[in-house]
Design a protein around this ligand. Structure first.
Ligand code: UDP
Length: 384
């Protein structure tokens, strides 16, 4: 009996060279590259659609970012050129507005913000104010709070950072790593562009269209949960590219990594303009949501034919601690989780037929462009 089973296992001709688990950016690009190199690839996804968290769907003529707003930005020309093979980006520039108890401030931190906060007019005046306030931090900032104060001073920290960050991460700013706040630019110019990036935009027609173009002619099976039938799926291909959570792959045997999850309350409103901007951040501690996204402004309020839209869709974003069954969004890259991840990574490194990749597979706070760069790098090593 054992003998028969063994023969049938070993004698089996695996249909695919690669099984890709997850059809987000990482998985889809790997599938594209492997296919173009002549490998046979199958992509599976537990959801009933492709795209992972960058998925968009058309609602009332608006490309609705179902799993949260995604604004593509990069300084990496190779990454930019790569995606431009599959979509055309529009000229959207992210400039969120911060709403602190009804006071509106420009983001990221720039001369408009400093003028509203302190009444200062010149860059020199703004700099003096910041220098004065950052004196309370001596030495290298040890956590997000210290980092924030040393970048923009206590006033801005209290009104625009503290509440928002504690809602988003569910942790005190003193217990969060400094690098998170360094994602945001601080400028002594009148420039509301949230990103310091040479290239920026949203794919015209939505992210789903871009992913579908990437996956064109590749086998995709939806509503298939790899972890439910791991052995079956492993037998379909010589190698597996896994883009799900690494701790879930190992059935949490070393412990659970922490993630932040996001819940969206979305509604269609029968009015053309709710907040006049794609993103408004609610930076006080009391408002329960972190931000409101008004999706039509990612495409300047127009439908695909350039007509104005009479309705709008908004999503209120609520941040929460991830619990089994929720969608994981953000890895919590603090020390404790970093150490646990390192242990999972040791296990992963011993696997011969598995590669773990992407935000969840590598437990990294990747932006989209970093994800693309990471998978293209992996392809260079893996596919030859
Ligand atoms: N942040 C803030 N106030 C804001 C926007 C952002 O304090 O109005 C902080 C917050 O700690 C957040 C970090 O900046 O986690 C990075 O924000 P980013 O917009 O890059 O986060 P993401 O786009 O990944 O949600």
């Amino acid at each position: 009996m054992y003998f028969v089973k063994k023969v049938s296992q070993e004698g089996k001709i695996r249909m695919y060279d690669y099984l890709v688990v997850g059809s987000g950016l990482y998985g889809s690009i790997f599938a594209r590259e492997a296919t173009d190199k002549g490998y046979k690839v199958l992509v599976i996804d537990k959801r009933d659609h492709v795209g992972g968290n960058i998925y968009t769907e058309k609602v009332e003529g608006i490309n609705f970012h179902k799993y949260g707003a995604h604004i593509f930005h990069t300084n990496n020309k190779e990454v930019w050129d790569y995606l431009n093979r599959f979509c055309t980006f529009n000229r959207f520039t992210n400039s969120p507005v911060a709403n602190y108890k009804g006071e509106l401030y420009s983001m990221p931190f720039n001369m408009y913000t400093f003028n509203k906060m302190w009444g200062v007019v010149t860059p020199e005046e703004a700099e003096t104010k910041i220098e004065e306030q950052k004196k309370e931090i001596v030495g290298e900032p040890k956590n997000l709070e210290e980092q924030a104060i040393s970048l923009v001073g206590r006033d801005i920290y209290e009104k625009l950072i503290k509440g928002y960050t504690e809602k988003q991460w569910g942790r005190d700013c003193k217990d969060l790593p400094a690098f998170i706040i360094k994602r945001l630019p601080v400028r002594l110019t009148f420039d509301n562009n949230y990103f310091n990036a040479l290239y920026q935009g949203i794919p015209i027609g939505g992210y789903t269209k871009m992913i579908k173009n990437i996956l064109e002619d590749i086998d995709v099976k939806l509503s298939e949960d790899y972890l439910d039938r791991k052995e079956y799926w492993n037998n379909q291909a010589k190698k597996v590219i896994y883009t799900g959570p690494i701790d879930a792959f190992y059935e949490y045997k070393l412990g659970t990594l922490e993630y932040r999850s996001v819940r969206f309350e979305s509604e269609v409103l029968d009015k053309p303009n709710f907040q006049g901007n794609a993103a408004v951040n609610y930076t006080d501690r009391e408002t329960p949501w972190t931000r409101i996204i008004e999706h039509k402004w990612f495409e300047f309020g127009k439908d695909e034919n350039g007509n104005d839209l009479s309705k709008t869709i908004i999503s209120k974003e609520y941040s929460s601690e991830w619990e089994p069954g929720d969608e994981p969004y953000y890895p919590v890259n603090d020390e404790k989780n970093g150490q646990l991840y390192a242990k999972y990574k040791e296990l992963a490194d011993q696997e011969t037929n598995m590669i773990f990749g992407g935000r969840l597979g590598e437990y990294k706070y990747y932006d989209m462009d970093a994800t693309v760069a990471s998978v293209l790098e992996m392809c260079k090593k893996e596919l030859n």
